[in-house]
Design a protein around this ligand. Structure first.
Ligand code: SF4
Length: 410
């Protein structure tokens, strides 16, 4: 039997899938591009994703010989239609326990003894999950219920051992991930980064999503002093640019607090990438509140936006809120914010023209050119023929092409 893995959702889920591949490969699971079995590691952050997953399952099951095994956050939901269409459900908390998987998925002759760390990669980056769980209980979010509200952190020694292994294999970008990295704690994260940078030699660390409250000035200062090793890129979830909506979301900060945090980052690191998530059409978001968000986003130094349309999640506080926004209006707001995001991205790229940056070269080639991301998270097209996938290369940003930068290799 041959298997492939599909992953939905955040970086933490991508990381889980990579671990899962390793755990199951050690028992003899064989990956293939023409699989008989699909193991789907699901996410349930929006009901749109639920629908996408169901569509995918139905598409796979059109071929009666194909099997679908479902795990991940969605397994906690009572979604009958999904359950009726899959062959097996492995509860999320059991997904790394091989005893829960049936024998027929394993090929005994393929029991792997390979170095498992090599399998943790995605687009030439390696991921280390350093934090799990969230106790913030944002009113729209199901994560604390499905991934747990008890914060678990990986100890420093363990993270450093994983980091060393990745570096020995040759990875040049290692992403520290978690549900909200800030929950690792200010002192812990600075201590970890201090030790980590000592190990890096022509490699870099990137931090994944971190909350604006938890991203303290001390953490920013440390990153500012170590920009050559820690990417000056902050994924600082904002969700709304209106105080009334932030309160309804239970986000525990105000618009002005968020703005000050962005300004502090830019004061310390003028070319930092600051990316964010915004939810459009949260219950109670009228025209005034949406306009506040739009104007706020326009005026602060954000460099890339991820826009989501609000959708109810079963069991959350927001699900029971009044004043739901009509689908049609949500769509219009999403569209406006996406357009604004594209403008901001372009603005940021233009600001970087004429500057030297470092790009991690990806494997794929688009329109004959390799691409990659700069340290401050600009998607960059690399001019010239290079065969340096997985390496960090110095480039000069020369131009803008759509929402990507163009760069000469130095
Ligand atoms: S910080 Fe809020 S949105 Fe993020 S995982 Fe925790 S509860 Fe969900």
């Amino acid at each position: 039997m041959k298997t492939c893995f599909l992953t939905y959702g955040c970086k933490a889920n991508q990381y889980d899938t990579e671990i899962l591949k390793q755990v199951l490969a050690e028992k003899g699971l064989k990956e293939s591009d023409s699989p008989d079995i699909f193991i789907i590691n699901t996410c349930t952050v929006t009901s749109k994703i639920d629908k996408e997953i169901l569509k995918k399952i139905k598409q796979i099951k059109k071929d009666k010989n194909k099997k679908v095994i479902l795990t991940g956050c969605l397994t906690k939901n009572d979604l009958k239609e999904i359950r009726n269409n899959v062959d097996l459900i492995i509860p999320n908390e059991k997904k790394f326990d091989v005893n829960f998987y049936p024998d027929w998925i394993f090929n005994k002759e393929d029991i792997s003894q390979k170095n498992s760390f090599i399998k943790f990669a995605h687009k030439n980056k390696a991921f280390i999950k350093i934090e799990e769980g969230c106790n913030k209980f944002c009113s729209y979010c199901i994560v604390p219920y499905v991934r747990g509200s008890k914060i678990k952190i990986k100890n420093k020694e363990e993270v450093l051992a994983e980091l060393k292994s990745f570096l020995n294999i040759g990875f040049k970008e290692i992403v520290f991930t978690g549900i909200n990295l800030g929950l690792y704690g200010e002192k812990n994260i600075i201590d970890l980064l201090k030790e980590s940078v000592k190990l890096l030699n022509n490699a870099r660390i990137r931090l994944s999503s971190i909350g604006p409250v938890e991203l303290t000035e001390k953490i920013i200062d440390f990153i500012a002093d170590n920009q050559d090793k820690i990417c000056p890129h902050f994924h600082l979830s904002m969700q709304s640019g209106d105080d009334k909506i932030l309160k309804l979301m239970n986000r525990n900060y105000t618009v002005s607090f968020y703005e000050k945090k962005c300004n502090y980052i830019i004061k310390k690191i003028p070319y930092a990438g600051i990316t964010t998530d915004i939810i459009a059409g949260f219950p109670g978001e009228g025209e005034k509140e949406f306009q506040n968000t739009f104007d706020f986003v326009k005026n602060i130094p954000l460099t890339r936006l991820h826009i989501f349309s609000y959708s109810d999640r079963n069991g959350t506080v927001a699900e029971k809120m009044q004043d739901k926004v009509k689908e049609e209006i949500k769509k219009q707001r999403v569209k406006k914010l996406i357009l604004l995001g594209k403008e901001k991205e372009k603005e940021f790229i233009k600001k970087n023209i004429g500057l030297k940056r470092t790009v991690l070269v990806e494997n794929t080639i688009k329109n004959g050119y390799k691409e990659g991301y700069t340290e401050n998270y600009i998607k960059t097209i690399l001019k010239g023929n290079i065969n340096l996938s997985g390496n960090l290369i110095s480039v000069l940003i020369t131009d803008l092409n759509g929402d990507k930068a163009i760069a000469d290799i130095l």
